[in-house]
Design a protein around this ligand. Sequence first.
Ligand SMILES: *Cc1c(COP(=O)(O)O)cnc(C)c1O
Length: 396
Amino acid sequence: MKKLETMLIHQGNQYNTTKAVASPIFQTSTYLADTDLSAYIEAATATKHPEFYHRHGNPTNSQVAEIIAKLEQTEDALVLATGMAAISTAILAVVKAGDHIVAQHAHYSGTTLFLKEFLSDYGVEVTHIDQTDNQAFESAIRPNTKLIYVETPSNPNLDITDLTFVAALGKKHGITTMADNTFASPINQRPAAYGIDVVLHSATKYLGGHSDLTAGVVCGSQEYIERVWRRSLVLGASLSPFDSWLLLRGLKTLALRVRQINENALALAKWLEQSTLIKKVRYVGLPNHPQYALARKQMQGFTGMLCIEVEGQNEEQEYQRAQIILSKLQVFINAASLGGVESLIVHPASMWGSHHSSTQKQTSGITRGMLRISVGIEHIDDLIADFQQAFEHIQK
Ligand SMILES: *Cc1c(COP(=O)(O)O)cnc(C)c1O
């Protein structure tokens, strides 16, 4: 098998049937059909046929899916229009009314909404547990549990789930295990290597990497991906040819980008940790992270995601100072999303104000003085200098 860096450039090139070195964009909704009717029926029913009708598939979608399946070490993959399309379609291919899911307290906000509000309307029950407590996963299992759903590192607090433990627990009880691997990216963590059945991504983030597209990916066994694909045909969230092409282009530099991001994030985390204006730096690559040993065991790199808590006399002052920092930073952009080449920063307590109740915020560890950072590939000196000048507005 080729190395990851080579696969990112050459995997799935058979889907480019032209002589162009860079795969063209197949900007078409439909394809010339075979006049032989039995061949036509075969194309109409084949899973992910790349040249029948766009909701069924597209050559670029097939190429991208093949690359990501190789990276995640699963048999197959399916690309969809957004990360949420991937997550909802993947879950709906596993559970039905009367089933039960074990999930975490902390998930991406859209996932939390889907688990807490959408699924309950369709008769699926969900138990939310503390992901740092292996025993809690086991205790939550019921006879009708069909899915264990995890996200690691989790959003925004960067807690780690023990993937080896969860995978073994699922196998022991015949329960499907699913992991949202968006925050780590396959460069830093491959859940399937530990036995997790299904790996999910918001490809909008690290996989695309340039903040110019939305996409999602479901990775799993061939048989499971076929089931997800059948669901996707009726749910209809197919990835557009242009976004798929942008994703293919972004993937080529994934390894380079993520390595630079890992390096920048560690250096920034270490610098922030020294500052008297910062109460706490939460980064999985720092030895003071409560699950540092587990992170080192299951991750090859520590990502560009970190959380800081601003120091203050009380919560109100911490909040005021977080606001000042946010408004004075010039290189870091105050914007939702993550995983791009540019560094972004958000205030989680405001961003999730509408989705989470205050108790929900507390259980997922969101405080008012907290800022979440997605480190990009700018020069580290400029990233540090940007915080330094922003901090100067507070000391006075
Ligand atoms: C952004 C994100 C999602 C949702 O992805 P979209 O592409 O915005 O639909 C899901 N999970 C995680 C961890 C994310 O960061």
